[in-house]
Design a protein. Structure first.
Length: 612
C-alpha cells in the first residue's frame, strides 16, 4: 500500500479542526459532553475507556514491512525534502518496534519508533534539553504512562536541526539551524512522523501528544503557541520559555554575584548543607509537617543574616556577612545598579540549596555549569545576526540598555505568548508542571506564564484546557528531596480522550526500586495537607486545600514583564547567511523627561512605528 502526500503543509489539521468544531456544536446540542471545550471531548465521552481514563482503542498492525519504510514517497509532507536512511526492527524493551531514522532538509535528524505487534493509535513526540543536538527518544516523567510502558505508542523526536556541539557554535553562520532550533524542527518532525505512521499502519494517529522538560518544555509551549493543530495534548515541564533571559542574565548572575573583587568565589558548596538546614529549621513545619520539603517556598521568610558568625564562633557552623549576602542575592535574582529586576523576583527558591552546586563551586578555580550556559548561548544565539565568539562572562552588563538589546532574539527563541486561544479552540489540552526546587530554571517563570495565560484568556476559559502542577522538593525535571517520580502524560491523554479533567497526581520517592514515600500533588493553587491519620508517607492520607492567601501578584513585576505579551513572535527566514524576521519588532527603552523628573518607558516598535 502506498500513499502520496501532496497536501498543503500544516493545513490538513486546521481543516479537520474546522470540521470538528461543527461536530462539537451539534454534540453540545444533542449529546452533552463531560468537557464541552472540543469536539474531541464530545467524541471521547461516548467511547469505552480504560481504568486510566484512556480511550479503549483497538490495536492496529502494520500494513507494510519495516524494511520497506526507506522507500516511502514523502514528497509534499512538509516544507522541505525528507529522506529515510534506515529502518530496522528492534526487539529490546517492552515490545518490538521498527526504528526509523531520517532527515528533514536541511539537517533535522529524526528518529521514530513504530510498534510492530500492536499499535494503539497514539503518537507521542518527545522533546530534548539544553541546546539539543542529538535525536534520542526520552519520555522523562512520562515513562510510567501505561501505553508508554507497554510499548504500544508510536513515538519520535528530533535533534532540532544540528548535531553535537552543545557549546552553541553550530549556530555560527547558520541561520537555518537557528530557526530549526527555535521552532521549526519540532513542527516538521510532527508532520513527517504522522505521514510515516499513516503509511506504515494505513491510518493516521487517533491522538497525538508532545511531552518535554527544560528546553523540551519550551518546545512544548512553542508548539501550543505557533502550531496549535499539531498535538491533542501537551505536557510542558520546567519550560525554558524565557530562554534568552535565562541563559544570559539569570545564569550570569548565579556566577558573578558570588565573586569578589579579585574574581574569587565567596560562597563554596561545602556551606550549602548548613544553609539548607537553617532554611528547614525556619520554614519546614509551616505546611503542617516537618518532612524536609517546603510545599510552597514563597511562604518562607528565611533571612540568611541569621547565619552570620558571632565573635569566636566556629566558622564551620556559620557564614561571613559577605557569604550571607551572596545567599540572599542568589535567592532574589539579577538586578541592575538601581535595583531594577532583570529577571523575575526569586531566582532560586528557599529549600533548594542542596541543588545549588550547578553554580556554587566545590573549590576555587572551578568553572560551574551556569557559566558554560551563558558563554555558549551568548556567543552564538543571544544577539540576532551578531555572534561574538570572544564573549566572556564579564562582558555582560547588568543594565536596562543591555537587557533590551539582548532580548530582541526572544521574538523567535522564547515561548512567552499567553494567548493560547487557537490551541484551546482546536481542542488541545495543556498540562504545565515545575519542581519547586528547580536549580536551573526558576519556577517563577512558569508561575508568571500561567498567571498571564489566565489573565489573557480569562480564568474559566483557561481552566477548560490548561492545568498547572507544582511539585514540592523536586529539582530540575526530577530529582530533589521531594517525591520526584510521577506520570505526567496519562492525565493529559485521559483529558484529551475521555474528557477526564486532571485531578491529583501521585508522586513517589523510590530508593533501590522500593517506593519509600508517596504524596499527592493537586492542580495549582491547591496544596496537599495531611488529614491527621495514618502514615505521612502515604498519599492516601492527604487532602487538597486551597490557601486562603496567595503570594502578591506584584511578585511578577520585573523589567521584562511585557515579554509575556500577545503576538510578540516573529517568523524568520535564512537570507544570504542572515536571519530575516517578520514582522520587524524591537523592544527598547526610551529616556523621557518632564521638567526635572526622568522616567524610563519601554515601548514596542512594530515595523518602524511605536505601539504602546
Amino acid at each position: 500500500m502506498r500513499m502520496r502526500w501532496s497536501f498543503v503543509r500544516g493545513r490538513t489539521r486546521t481543516a479537520l479542526a474546522a470540521g470538528a468544531a461543527l461536530v462539537a456544536m451539534l454534540a453540545a446540542v444533542l449529546v452533552p459532553a463531560t468537557d464541552a471545550s472540543s469536539a474531541r471531548g464530545a467524541t471521547a465521552s461516548r467511547q469505552a475507556v480504560t481504568a486510566d481514563g484512556l480511550a479503549d482503542l483497538p490495536a492496529v498492525l502494520p500494513v507494510m514491512d519495516c524494511a520497506s519504510v526507506p522507500g516511502l514517497d514523502l514528497h509534499g509532507v512538509t516544507d522541505a525534502p525528507v529522506s529515510i536512511s534506515s529502518a530496522k526492527v528492534v526487539i529490546t524493551g517492552a515490545a518490538p518496534y521498527c526504528e526509523v531514522r531520517g532527515t528533514i532538509a536541511p539537517a533535522n535528524t529524526i528518529v521514530l519508533r513504530l510498534p510492530v505487534d500492536g499499535w494503539t493509535q497514539r503518537y507521542v513526540q518527545t522533546g530534548c534539553g539544553g541546546l539539543c543536538g542529538s535525536a534520542n527518544i526520552s519520555y522523562g516523567q512520562a515513562s510510567a504512562c501505561p501505553v508508554i510502558k507497554d510499548g504500544t505508542v508510536a513515538s519520535a523526536t528530533t535533534d532540532m536541526g544540528h548535531q553535537g556541539r552543545n557549546d552553541g557554535s553550530w549556530a555560527l553562520d547558520n541561520p537555518q539551524a537557528q530557526i530549526d532550533f527555535a521552532y521549526r524542527g519540532v513542527h516538521v518532525t510532527s508532520e513527517v512522523a504522522k505521514a510515516v505512521i499513516a503509511e506504515f499502519y494505513g491510518k493516521r494517529p487517533a491522538y497525538s501528544y508532545f511531552t518535554g522538560c527544560s528546553d523540551g518544555g519550551r518546545e512544548a509551549l512553542m508548539e501550543a503557541q505557533r502550531y496549535p493543530d499539531d498535538f491533542d495534548g501537551i505536557a510542558a515541564g520546567a519550560p525554558a520559555n524565557n530562554m534568552v533571559v535565562q541563559n544570559t542574565f539569570h545564569h550570569a548572575w548565579n556566577v558573578l554575584t558570588n565573586r569578589d573583587a579579585e574574581g574569587d568565589y565567596i560562597l563554596l558548596a561545602d556551606q550549602l548543607p548548613l544553609i539548607h538546614q537553617a532554611v528547614l529549621d525556619a520554614c519546614d513545619a509551616r505546611d503542617g509537617l516537618t518532612d524536609g520539603v517546603l510545599d510552597d517556598p514563597r511562604r518562607c521568610d528565611f533571612d540568611p543574616k541569621t547565619l552570620v558568625c558571632d565573635s569566636g564562633q566556629d566558622p564551620s557552623t556559620c557564614l561571613t556577612a559577605a557569604q550571607a549576602a551572596v545567599v540572599q542575592r542568589l535567592h532574589d535574582g539579577a538586578t541592575d545598579m538601581q535595583g531594577r529586576r532583570l529577571e523575575l523576583p526569586i531566582s532560586h527558591e528557599w529549600g533548594s540549596e542542596l541543588e545549588w552546586t550547578l553554580f556554587v563551586p566545590l573549590a576555587q578555580g572551578q568553572t560551574v555549569a551556569s557559566e558554560n550556559f551563558v558563554t555558549s548561548f551568548t556567543r552564538y544565539l543571544a544577539h540576532t545576526n551578531a555572534p561574538n565568539p570572544e564573549f566572556r562572562l564579564s562582558d555582560l552588563k547588568f543594565t536596562d540598555e543591555s537587557f533590551w538589546k539582548t532580548v530582541q532574539s526572544s521574538s523567535y527563541l522564547a515561548a512567552m505568548d499567553p494567548d493560547l486561544g487557537a490551541y484551546a479552540r482546536s481542542g488541545g489540552k495543556l498540562l504545565l508542571w515545575h519542581g519547586w526546587n528547580d536549580q536551573h530554571i526558576s519556577p517563577q517563570g512558569t508561575l508568571a506564564y500561567y498567571d498571564a495565560l489566565r489573565e489573557t484568556m480569562g480564568a474559566r476559559a483557561a481552566d477548560r484546557f490548561a492545568k498547572f502542577y507544582m511539585f514540592p522538593g523536586v529539582a530540575h525535571c526530577g530529582g530533589g528531596a521531594g517525591p520526584n517520580t510521577f506520570d505526567i502524560l496519562t492525565p493529559v491523554m485521559a483529558w484529551a480522550e475521555s474528557a477526564t479533567v486532571p485531578g491529583r497526581i501521585v508522586a513517589s520517592n523510590v530508593s533501590n526500586g522500593t517506593v519509600t514515600r508517596t504524596r499527592p500533588v493537586y492542580p495549582y493553587p491547591q496544596v496537599a495537607r495531611y488529614d491527621g491519620t495514618g502514615s505521612v508517607d502515604d498519599a492516601s492520607n492527604f487532602v487538597p486545600r486551597t490557601p486562603s492567601t496567595r503570594p502578591d501578584a506584584d511578585a511578577y513585576n520585573w523589567l521584562g514583564k511585557r515579554l509575556y505579551s500577545q503576538g510578540y513572535q516573529t517568523w524568520c527566514r535564512a537570507v544570504d547567511g542572515k536571519l530575516v524576521c517578520r514582522p520587524a519588532r524591537t523592544w527598547l527603552t526610551e529616556r523621557q523627561t518632564s521638567g526635572t523628573a526622568g522616567r524610563t518607558v519601554m515601548g514596542m516598535i512594530i515595523s518602524g512605528r511605536r505601539s504602546e
